[in-house]
Write a protein that binds this ligand. Structure first.
Ligand code: PRX
Length: 633
């Protein structure tokens, strides 16, 4: 939605909360429906039961592809920049993308995929990853993308939970100087996944892989078969607005990641609307989101949001610091990028290299900047604004979550005023509230509390896959009749929101959500570990680091080696992204008489603030705290 001014925003916002159904019907009207909905919204947050655009029929890929063919068929839909700057980039127009998605939809059908099947995708950041998502959506299969940094065990857990019957992967993937053996990891995962009948393998790194007869097929061979069959089209499956579009697993405060479910109609409307609104996207702009499609940001703001709005979406295979810390700026220069959307971790990491990597980089094409994933500290905000935006690009700090589908609280580029460190004001249709510990709504400004949302929005999760009760208890039971975000938040005198971080046992490491319980479970798998407690601590680059207190009485004589063994165990069980930054061996954990670990104390010690640990007299063994303090890293 194009918004002309701050005043206009205020009017739109007011209307959107006074008459939400009319508002969202108006937004949904800008999309292509095979059949319009009978009812805009039905909801209660008790069960919860949330249905948007009931009775509506659509296919999201017709909105991302078919509807653009006559108008912008020759426009670049995806620009792809490889990990190695020496390799040639690729530009894929809307027409070409349409053809490739149809081709691969035929491949999926030839390999037995049906509407409603769950398909696991474990791929590097190549255009075929976006094609795989869209092809699943085209045939009505539910994709479940697993980020390339997760281990075989994590993939297996996710495949088993969703009972996937097909896996789409690649031989390997390039990320910086690393070459990740994706197919080999999949092979390990599939040992415990009898539901998987087919594995489609894209050639990327040309690393040797095992190919199991009857199960594994090459992507390229399957495409050739489709070409021989002469199948160039694939009529999109007609989907109900509330049919599942995808599952994306995310960590919570309990040990097991949960499969967040998004549905076709609401997610399409919400991602398209928020992409257009937040960035005020103009038709000729080149838009570059540096996220990985393995996370929600990539789903919503590399693939579905930009493509439904006919944007040019730049996709980068590598990492910001490879082969040099000027890589992102080379890409901006090379493709004359207008909008760059990245994460505070990336900004802080690039900032640490000083100004040298910026020399001789032409960043004059940039008009808008975006940040996502974690609170952005003021220093990083100003560096991004001044050094990259040269002070003339609005910098939108977008707050949202996997469960939200799209932006919730964010400045609107060039429209709403900016405040460094603040996500700002809610987007139209979003109704945030702050509540105190007892669930009482905190009114007025200049206050802080726990952030909840009191009214549904089309992009919200509908359930957690296979376990609706878990969805209810995690998000809708803490405070009655509200969606609880798990974030703490401050609302300043002007009504602007500043997210202060998680209030539950979830860490945000480099913008990635990691459950402390999940890491503890992984550490406890190590044969010599008796128990452990994991907390976060402030980390200059990652935002939060992972600090593990580990009780390990019979450890190897070499502490360092045992630390490495524990790291390796975590990498095997969860993936390299969850490896602790610090491991402190302790003789015991501070526990209450009822056996509860006092994390508050551990958090303070990890933060290096041991001056006031509060009341420790209720502890089973107060002496343990002194030992931990003495050994703090
Ligand atoms: O704590 C908030 C933080 O990231 C969490 C959501 O993580 P995830 O589902 O992985 O999605 C990340 C990308 C959308 C939130 O609960 N978070 C996300 N964006 C911001 C943020 N914290 C502060 N400011 C943000 N802009």
């Amino acid at each position: 939605m194009k918004i002309a001014s701050f005043e206009h925003y205020k009017e739109v916002y007011k209307d959107s909360v006074n008459q939400p159904e009319e508002f969202w019907a108006g937004v949904a009207d800008t999309f292509l429906w095979r059949k319009k909905w009978d009812k805009v919204l039905e909801w209660n947050f008790k069960e919860p039961n949330i249905k948007w655009f009931q009775g509506g029929k659509l296919n999201i890929t017709e909105n991302c592809l078919d509807r653009h063919l006559d108008t912008i068929g020759d426009k670049a839909a995806i620009i792809w920049e490889p990990n190695d700057p020496g390799e040639h980039h690729r530009i894929i127009t809307y027409r070409q993308l349409y053809e490739k998605v149809c081709q691969f939809a035929n491949v999926l059908k030839n390999n037995g995929a049906q509407k409603g099947d769950r398909i696991c995708i474990y791929m590097p950041m190549v255009p075929e990853l976006a094609i795989a998502l869209l092809a699943c959506a085209r045939i009505g299969a539910i994709h479940s993308v697993v980020f390339g940094g997760f281990s075989a065990q994590s993939i297996a857990d996710r495949i088993q939970d969703a009972q996937c019957n097909i896996v789409i992967t690649a031989d390997g993937g390039f990320r910086g100087a690393k070459d990740i053996q994706l197919k080999s990891i999949i092979d390990d995962a599939l040992v415990t996944c009898p539901s998987v009948k087919k594995v489609i393998v894209l050639t990327r790194t040309r690393t040797p892989v095992s190919m199991i007869k009857g199960r594994d097929v090459w992507w390229e061979d399957e495409i050739k078969k489709v070409e021989t069959q002469g199948a160039t089209d694939y009529p999109a499956e007609e989907m109900d607005a509330e049919d599942m579009l995808f599952i994306l697993y995310t960590s919570g405060s309990t040990g097991k990641p949960k499969g967040v479910v998004h549905t076709c109609g609401g997610y399409m409307v919400y991602t398209g609307f928020t992409f257009d609104t937040t960035f005020q996207y103009q038709p000729e702009e080149v838009y570059f989101c540096t996220a990985d499609i393995g996370w929600i940001t990539g789903h919503s703001y590399i693939v579905y949001g930009p493509l439904s709005q006919g944007a040019t979406s730049l996709m980068f295979e590598g990492i910001p610091t490879y082969p040099s810390p000027g890589r992102l700026w080379d890409i901006v220069d090379k493709f004359k990028v207008n909008i760059i959307y990245t994460a505070p971790t990336a900004i802080r990491s690039l900032m640490s290299f000083g100004d040298d990597p910026l020399k001789a980089k032409d960043l004059s094409s940039l008009t808008k900047l975006g940040s996502v994933g974690e609170p952005i500290n003021e220093e990083a905000w100003h560096w991004f604004d001044e050094k990259i935006g040269h002070g003339h690009c609005p910098l939108v700090d977008t707050w949202w979550q996997t469960e939200n589908g799209g932006h919730m609280i964010s400045a609107i580029a060039g429209v709403t005023p900016l405040k460094p460190g603040y996500a700002g004001l809610p987007l139209p249709g979003v109704q945030p509230v702050l509540v105190d510990e007892n669930g009482k709504v905190i009114e007025g400004n200049g206050v802080s509390g726990n952030l909840c949302i009191k009214f549904p929005w089309p992009g919200m999760l509908r359930t957690t896959y296979g376990d609706h009760e878990r969805c209810r208890t995690t998000y809708f039971a803490t405070y009655p009749d509200m969606y609880f975000t798990g974030d703490g938040c401050l609302r300043d005198e002007d009504g602007y929101y500043r997210i202060t971080g998680r209030v539950d046992d979830v860490l945000n490491v480099s913008g990635h959500r990691i459950g402390t319980a999940e890491v503890e479970n992984a550490i406890n798998m190590h044969s010599s570990v008796v128990e452990s407690a994991v907390v976060g601590y402030p980390h200059d680059i990652k935002g939060q680091g992972v600090y593990a207190f580990v009780v390990c009485p019979n450890k190897h004589s070499d502490d360092e080696l045992t630390r490495k063994d524990i790291m390796m165990t975590v990498a095997r069980i969860i993936g390299a992204i969850a490896k602790p930054d610090k491991i402190q061996f302790v003789t015991g954990l501070p526990k209450t008489r009822s056996g509860k670990i006092m994390r508050r104390i551990l958090r303070k010690i990890a933060e290096g603030d041991t001056s006031n640990l509060g009341d420790t007299s209720t502890l089973l063994d107060p002496a343990v705290v002194e030992d931990i303090k003495a050994g703090a890293l």
